[in-house]
Ligand binder design. Structure first.
Ligand code: ADP
Ligand code: ADP
Length: 229
């Protein structure tokens, strides 16, 4: 379950300036499609449309054939997990941050998610900033560690659909590789939309869509796009 379809999607924030100009593509259930393109191309906008943050001007977005306009935002948030490019943590323990949205999760489930994201050694710690309020020692998390918290939260939530928004762009190359491996494990078997700046980070996607100024400039596998130059 979880096939996403965009059918001739047009979108603007202001009528005078179209942002997406007739976008059509499909992410078959369980597959990974990457949206690549320069800053301002409309990639984040496109991913936000899946949550129905905004109404589209024309066209249709469906999940498993159902127009998302007939779904509630709450049900879309249940079905879609997002690992954003910059994770903002709640002022509470890492454990709380992982559990967020899955209040029924058992301790074992939380710990397993933390292990899979390789942050089990500090799930009882507090992000830095919180200690000022509670007088406990805080932990300064790096960008990579915050991303791992978001990954653990996503593993625990286990949604059929995943959006990874330029999830490794702010990291050094060693951390980037580790996070990419973790993300690949999480996305296995899930319908995944990856938003990326560079082709080199989405080599394994089933299809890559190159977005430029709100239109699809090119599409194909990594090999096909390289062969075409
Ligand atoms: P990308 O993710 O490819 O960098 P975005 O989807 O963030 O592109 O942005 C596409 C265009 O839409 C940009 O010109 C951006 O300035 C504009 N934009 C993004 N969000 C808003 C908004 N909330 N209101 C108005 N314009 C926006
Ligand atoms: P992201 O790309 O991380 O999703 P944002 O959604 O905050 O970032 O914004 C995307 C781009 O759109 C940024 O370049 C931002 O400056 C621009 N933008 C956001 N909100 C507006 C807005 N109300 N009007 C114009 N541009 C906006």
């Amino acid at each position: 379950a979880g096939t996403i379809r965009f059918e001739d999607v047009h979108f603007h924030y202001n009528a005078s300036r179209p942002i997406l100009k007739g976008i059509s593509f499909e992410v078959p259930a369980g597959r990974t499609v990457a949206i690549v393109g320069p800053s301002g191309a409309g990639k984040s906008t496109l991913s936000r449309l899946l949550f129905r943050f905004y109404d589209i001007a024309q066209g249709r977005i469906t999940i498993d054939g159902q127009d998302i306009r007939t779904a509630t935002q709450a049900s879309l948030r249940q079905a879609i997990g997002m690992v954003p490019q910059d994770t903002v943590l709640f002022n509470d323990t890492i454990r709380y941050n992982i559990r967020y949205g899955r209040w029924d999760a058992s301790d074992d489930e939380i710990e397993e998610a933390a292990r899979n994201a390789q942050i089990d050694h500090f799930i009882r710690a507090l992000p830095q900033g919180y200690e000022a309020e509670v007088g406990e020692r805080g932990l300064k998390l790096s960008g990579g560690e915050k991303q791992r918290v978001a990954i653990a939260r996503t593993i625990l939530k286990s949604p059929p659909i995943l959006i990874l928004d330029e999830a490794t762009s702010a990291l050094d190359s060693h951390t980037e590789k580790e996070i990419q491996d973790a993300l690949e494990r999480v996305s296995r078997g899930r319908t995944t939309l990856v938003i990326a700046h560079r082709l080199s980070t989405v080599v394994t996607a089933d299809e890559i869509i190159v977005l430029d100024a709100g239109t699809i400039a090119e599409r194909g596998t990594h090999g096909e796009l390289l062969a075409r130059g």
